[in-house]
Design a protein around this ligand. Structure first.
Ligand SMILES: [Zn+2]
Length: 243
C-alpha cells in the first residue's frame, strides 16, 4: 500500500487559526486534530484511486520561554494532547524571549521539519508521499529534494480570501513542486470540527468530580484552576507566592 506522512508546521497553522475560527462567522469552530491526517488521507485516496496508509503525523511547534508575564502551561497541555490523544509525533522548539534585546528570536522549526522529512525519506520504505502542511516559501528546497529522491509531495494549505492568502504564491505557481492538487483546510471545515462531549472527570489536585468537556491528560476542577490563576497573577506581580 502507498504510504504517506504528514509534516505540520505548527507555527504556520497557529498563524492561520484566527482566520479559520472566523470563517462564516463560526466563532465556535475548534479544529479536530485527529481528523486532520484523515482528511489528507482521503484526499490522496481520491486522487490516486487506491488505498493510502497515513503512517505518521509530525507536528513541529514552538513554546515561549522567558516571556515576561506569560505562562506556557496551555502550550504544554496542547502539545501533550496532540501527543497522547492524537498520536502525533511532536517536536517542540523553544522561542526564547530572553534574547529579545539582541533581536535574535528565531527558532529551529523550519529546519527541524525539513530535517525530519529528509531523514524519514532516507529510511527505505518509510513513506512514498510527503504531505506538507505549511505555507512558507522556505520549504521549497525540501520539496525539491524530496522529489529528487522520487517521493511525491502534496501541499496541505489554506486557500484564504479577502486579502489573506497564507500560502506563498510562489509555492502554488511554480511547476514541478507538487504531484497532487493541494488540500485546503478552509474548504473542509465541516469535517474538521471538533465534537465536544461532556464527561465526569476527577480533579488531579483535589479529587473532586466535575462534569467537563476538557480532554487534557491532566484534569483540574474549576476551583483548582481559579486558585492556580490567582496564584500565578500574584507571582507575576512580584508578590509573595503562597506555599
Ligand atoms: Zn480540584
Amino acid at each position: 500500500m502507498v504510504k504517506a506522512m504528514l509534516f505540520i508546521d505548527g507555527s504556520w497553522l497557529y498563524h492561520v487559526r484566527p482566520y479559520l475560527l472566523n470563517l462564516d462567522g463560526r466563532q465556535d469552530f475548534e479544529l479536530d486534530y485527529r481528523s486532520l491526517p484523515l482528511l489528507v488521507k482521503n484526499h490522496l485516496e481520491e486522487q490516486m484511486g487506491s488505498k493510502v496508509d497515513m503512517v505518521r503525523t509530525y507536528y513541529f511547534g514552538t513554546i515561549a520561554v522567558n516571556k515576561p508575564g506569560h505562562d506556557n502551561v496551555r502550550e504544554k497541555q496542547f502539545y501533550e494532547m496532540l501527543n497522547k490523544r492524537c498520536a502525533y509525533n511532536t517536536e517542540i522548539y523553544e522561542f526564547d524571549f530572553k534574547n529579545k534585546e539582541t533581536g535574535r528570536r528565531e527558532n529551529c522549526l523550519e529546519v527541524g521539519l525539513s530535517t525530519a522529512a529528509m531523514s524519514q525519506a532516507f529510511q527505505p520504505g518509510a513513506f512514498d508521499i510527503a504531505c506538507i502542511l505549511a505555507g512558507d516559501l522556505d520549504y521549497q528546497p525540501l520539496i525539491r529534494h524530496l522529489r529528487n529522491m522520487g517521493k511525491r509531495v502534496v501541499l496541505v494549505g489554506v486557500k484564504g480570501a479577502n486579502g489573506f492568502y497564507p500560502v506563498h504564491p510562489r509555492l502554488l505557481e511554480e511547476t514541478n513542486l507538487f504531484d497532487f492538487p493541494p488540500v485546503y483546510i478552509d474548504e473542509h471545515l465541516g469535517k474538521l470540527q471538533y465534537q465536544r462531549t461532556e464527561s465526569t472527570r476527577v480533579c488531579d489536585s483535589c479529587g473532586k468530580e466535575e462534569l467537563t468537556t476538557f480532554t487534557s491528560e491532566w484534569f483540574y476542577c474549576k476551583n483548582c484552576r481559579d486558585e492556580y490563576k490567582q496564584l500565578r497573577s500574584r507571582q507575576m506581580e512580584g508578590g509573595p507566592a503562597i506555599q
